[in-house]
Structures are given as C-alpha cells and as structure tokens.
Design a binder for this molecule. Structure first.
Ligand code: MRU
Length: 352
C-alpha cells in the first residue's frame, strides 16, 4: 500500500494492486479498519454509492483505478469493441454519485487516454490506463500537499479551527484538503485545536475526521453540528476550514450538507471561512451553485442508519440532500494547489 509518510497515519483510503481496486471500507470506521478488494464494475459502483470510499478526490481516484481494473478484464482485441465496453463501464460508474465533479473528471481523463491510443494494441492501452490512474492518484497527493502549504500560510500557531464533514486523509490520496494544513502544522509545531462537527446524518465528522486526527495525534474535539454557533460564540474558533465537492465558475461551492450553515455562522461571528480543494474540483462549465446537481439520499439514513432502532416514526416524510451550496459571498478564500483565490472568485477561477 502507498503511504505518503504522514506522521501517525497509516491508513490509505484507495489503492490499486493487480487485479483489484483496494479500498478502506469507511463505513466500518472508527470500529474496524477493514480493506476490501473490488474487481467488478458492480462492486466499484456499490462501494462508491454506499460511501465505503467517499470524499470527492478519493472517489475520482477509485473510479480511475476502477476503469483500469475493469479494462484488464475485457478480452477483445479490436479497438472498437474494447472502446464500446469501456464507455459502458464509464457510464455506469458515473451514475454512482452526482455531486462531486472529481468522479467525472477522472472518468473523462481515462476516456481521453483511451482515445489518444486508437492506433495501439489493446494490451498497450490496458497498461497505459493503469499508468493514467496512477498519475491521477499521484497528482491528487501532490495537490493536497500543496493545498496544505497554502492553507498553512493563512493560519497562526495555536488557532482554534472548525471543520465540517471529512476532508482529510481518508477523503483523498494523502493529507486531505481542509485537514492538510492541520497535518503540516502538526509536523511544524503549530498546536492547532480542531473542532470537528459530527456531520449528520452519516457522521463523517465523528466517525472519520475525529478518527483520523486522533490517530495522527492532533488535538481534536468532537461537537454536534448544532454546537458550532456556541463554540464560535465562545471565541474558540479563529478559522473555518472545509473541503468541497464542486466549485462553480462564480465561486459557489457544494460541500457536505450543513456547510452553508457553518458559513453563515462564520460570517456572523466574523470568522474567516476557507474552502480548500484541488483544481480537479473546479467545474467552469457550471456557472453557479444553482446548476450543481445535489445528491438526494435515502430516508433511512436519517431515520435508522447507524442505530439499532428507529429514530423517527415509521413512514415519516424525510428530505435528505447530501450536499448544500455555500454562496461565494460567504467564502473568505478558495485555496487550491495553485494558490489562494480571494473574491472576485470568477476572475481567479477562470485563470486557473
Ligand atoms: O458524502 P461524502 O462523505 O462523500 O461527502 C464528502 C464531503 O462533502 C467532503 O467535504 C468533500 O468531498 C471534500 S473531500 C476532500
């Protein structure tokens, strides 16, 4: 398994080892560190849909490895039949989750790789696909490291930081996006105090962010989502750091449900609100947040999932959007691997 040498962190969310995609099953955390080997399109689709692998960059990497692994199994030697099978699997994996643009970026990049090799033997294309998937993973790890450096440059030692959902090591190839400055700061003696929102309904903050930060020896305190205002009002938070699933051309950002509420609170309390993500999360074809497709998930995730008994009356009406859009006016800066963008974001994003 590949490890980017993070202090205290040995878990790797997604990897590839012929002939399978290997993922850490995040639905088992924090209780068990169980790795799954995925061989078929159905297994990969199911792992992404059920959040066994999750976080925008990690699902992009999982899909890229998934295409490389599935392509190995196509027996055809003619390019046209190979490409037809390839596009069928690509379309299928693309249907697993709609919001994080990294999934589609990675799949499109794998397709471009195939199309650039039409004059090559199918066996050569299969090798190139493995290399392309590996490049996507390596670029993600490098981007996260760079996001960490830029993010650290806006923070001061000893700060209290609040984060929502999980935009850490588990959500990417290494370091994380929102949590990358926390890890780099830890290596450099910044002594941050991190407040992790539990992140209802699927508890990515409690199960994943608290798990990975604690494991790495960081100072992390878990709070319920509805405590964020209280903690901010008590002066314990000097900056909010969140990840992102899609950044629209005007700087509106889709991230885990509840993020926009945190941004409104940060504005009220005068706390800087930073969005951190790789440029693979920027979607310039999407003009603004209203055009970002928002995934709606099953009611059972609110009424019973993770509990041994129902937490709401049977047949209660439930609305369960998995993401929300934070308007660009609420964002202090967008931090990518290429640098820090301040408003107006549309100009900065178009130059990226
Ligand atoms: O539904 P999830 O767990 O995949 O949602 C993940 C998030 O919203 C993360 O904050 C986002 O993908 C950024 S990950 C670096």
């Amino acid at each position: 398994m590949k490890s980017e040498g993070l202090a205290g962190l040995t878990t790797v969310s997604v990897d590839w080892e012929e002939p399978a995609v290997i993922i850490l099953d995040q639905t088992q955390l924090p209780n068990r560190e169980a790795y799954l080997r995925l061989y078929t399109p159905e297994e990969i689709w199911e792992a992404i849909y059920h959040l066994k692998v999750r976080g925008a960059p990690a699902i992009g990497v999982a899909a890229a490895y998934g295409m490389a692994v599935c392509a190995q199994q196509f027996g055809e030697q003619s390019f046209s039949v190979f490409f037809q099978k390839f596009t069928e699997v690509k379309k299928y994996l693309a249907s697993s989750r709609p919001t994080a643009v990294n999934l589609f970026m990675a799949l499109d990049r794998m397709e471009k790789c195939v199309l650039s090799l039409q004059d090559q033997q199918v066996d050569t294309i299969k090798i190139k696909l493995q290399q392309e998937a590996e490049a996507i993973r390596a670029e993600d790890a490098a981007a996260c490291r760079s996001i960490g450096e830029w993010g650290l440059s806006v923070l001061q030692p000893g700060m209290g930081l609040l984060t929502h959902c999980n935009a850490g090591h588990l959500a990417v190839s290494a370091y994380g996006t929102a949590l990358a400055p926390v890890y780099l700061g830890q290596e450099r003696g910044y002594h941050f105090k991190v407040y992790a929102d539990e992140t209802r309904p699927l508890l990515q903050g409690a199960r994943l962010t608290a798990f990975e930060l604690q494991k790495a020896g960081a100072d992390v305190t878990l709070i319920c989502d509805n405590m964020a205002s209280c903690v901010m009002g008590q002066g314990k938070v000097q900056a909010v750091l969140v990840g992102c699933d899609r950044i629209a051309a005007n700087g509106d950002v889709a991230n885990k449900i509840g993020t926009s509420g945190v941004a409104v609170l940060a504005k009220y309390y005068g706390i800087p609100f930073y969005v951190l993500g790789p440029t693979s999360t920027v979607d310039l074809k999407c003009p603004d947040g209203a055009h970002i497709p928002i995934e709606e998930r099953q009611a059972g995730e609110i009424t019973e999932k993770w509990y041994t008994r129902r937490m709401a009356p049977p047949e209660i009406k439930v609305y369960n959007p998995a993401f929300d859009v934070t308007r660009h006016e609420l964002i202090t800066a967008i931090i990518t691997e290429k640098g820090i963008l301040y408003p107006p974001f549309d100009r900065g994003l178009s130059k990226l």
